[in-house]
Design a protein around this ligand. Structure first.
Ligand code: PAF
Length: 281
């Protein structure tokens, strides 16, 4: 496995692989790799001949006061993990390589970025879509892999690919969970032992919500109120608890069709997100 830091080197490696007829898989990450990323790399390995993992803590998707400086940077461990899983290439550029001058070109996806995390993190998705567009152009992959945990990111990136007629396919992999149900995340490491125990309420609230829907409850206001009660009982500070249409991410009053139930909750200073996707057709 090679590690490269320069755009031109990625292009050369990918071109060489393409000349051999390889299907190229891309797993964009910000590093601090965990089992969630591992599942994306494994999915890419199963479907592609040459797998590129990008590791770049993208400054343009962090707002003022967010954890950009604190975000874990663990390239050595990440490289060992990618090598173990069989990835072919790591692209770990510097900020300067990705943003050599002040960025005057941005990719914006309207509407889908207004609610949920977008409402609380202005500019976040503009940073995500811009860096993903850059990475898609740099790598030239056939398929890019993302995790369902970042449900809004998934919807926004799909919309970008469709709206800008990008050639690559997007694959979404299921959320990876700890044995107690907590969704695996780089941010879990910031939780104290007590917060870590209490954080299990996110997946519990979501599971209970699904059970109530399975039992016939269709009123979104009743369902979200119950989720809020569960989370608050565990001392979580709610950022949002919402039930939205899975495609356009608009809030639903009555539950029907493809539904995304999404939560964002603070434990101390750590903000965790989780979701469940349901198809009620
Ligand atoms: O999901 C992430 O880790 C990031 O948002 C991504 C897609 C790598 C873009 O920086």
């Amino acid at each position: 496995m090679k590690i490269v830091h320069i755009i031109e080197e990625v292009r050369q490696s990918v071109q060489a692989a393409k000349k051999q007829g390889a299907k190229i898989g891309l797993v964009p990450t910000m590093g601090a790799l965990h089992a969630g990323h591992g599942s994306l790399i494994e999915a890419a390995m199963a479907e592609c001949d040459f797998v590129v993992v990008t590791i770049f803590v993208n400054p343009t998707q962090f707002g003022p006061g967010e954890d950009l400086d604190k975000y874990p940077r663990t390239l050595k461990e990440d490289a060992a993990y990618c090598e173990k899983l069989g990835a072919d290439l790591i692209f770990a550029p510097s900020d300067k390589e990705m943003y050599p001058a002040s960025q005057l070109v941005w990719v914006d996806v309207d509407k889908l970025t207004e609610g949920l995390c977008g409402a609380k993190r202005p500019g976040h998705f503009r940073g995500v879509t811009t860096v993903c567009a850059k990475l898609f152009n740099i790598v030239g992959a056939d398929i890019a892999y993302f995790g369902q945990k970042d449900a809004q990111q998934v919807a926004v990136i799909r919309q970008m690919v469709q709206g800008l007629n990008m050639l690559l396919e997007i694959r979404i992999c299921p959320i990876v969970r700890e044995p107690d149900g907590l969704a695996v995340s780089s941010r879990n490491q910031y939780l104290s032992a007590d917060e870590r125990q209490r954080a299990v309420c996110l997946s519990q609230a979501l599971t209970q919500c699904k059970e109530q829907i399975d039992a016939g409850q269709r009123d979104a206001a009743i369902l979200t109120a119950r989720m809020r009660t569960v989370i608050e009982h565990y001392g979580g500070r709610i950022d949002y608890v919402e039930i939205v249409d899975a495609e356009i991410l608009q809030p639903l009053h009555a539950i029907e069709g493809r539904v995304l139930i999404a939560v964002a909750v603070f434990f101390g200073r750590t903000r965790l997100i989780d979701n469940i996707l349901l198809d009620l057709k």
